[in-house]
Design a protein around this ligand. Structure first.
Ligand code: FES
Length: 105
């Protein structure tokens, strides 16, 4: 899978990801700035907030109630296309475009 990260200033970086990993894990493993992932993916920190490209939103599993609630606690306000990247697990061959917020804390 491939994750294309764009930061809030428009700098883009493309990273190869392992199937089954989350977008957050992929970011942390590759030192992508803009995603913290403090809780390690257990839906309790909201420091893995990303904005998903509209064209990719539909292909994702719908968010859980817990994720929806946690998204109200992000450092940068949520938008229609906000997700917590620890909850986005990558499928084989998947390619996804996300933008990271200016800050996670
Ligand atoms: Fe903590 Fe996603 S890593 S909620």
């Amino acid at each position: 899978a491939t994750v294309n990260f764009t930061d809030f200033e428009g700098n883009a970086r493309s990273v190869e990801a392992n199937t089954g990993d989350s977008v957050m894990e992929t970011a942390v493993r590759n030192g992508v700035e803009g995603i913290v992932g403090e809780c390690g993916g257990s839906l309790s920190c909201a420091t893995c907030h990303v904005f998903v490209a509209d064209s990719d939103l539909e292909s994702l599993e719908p968010m859980s109630e817990m994720e929806d609630e946690m998204l109200y606690g992000t450092a940068v306000d949520r938008e229609e296309n906000s997700r917590l990247s620890c909850q986005i697990k990558l499928c084989e061959g998947q390619s996804i475009n996300v933008t990271t917020p200016e800050t996670q804390v």
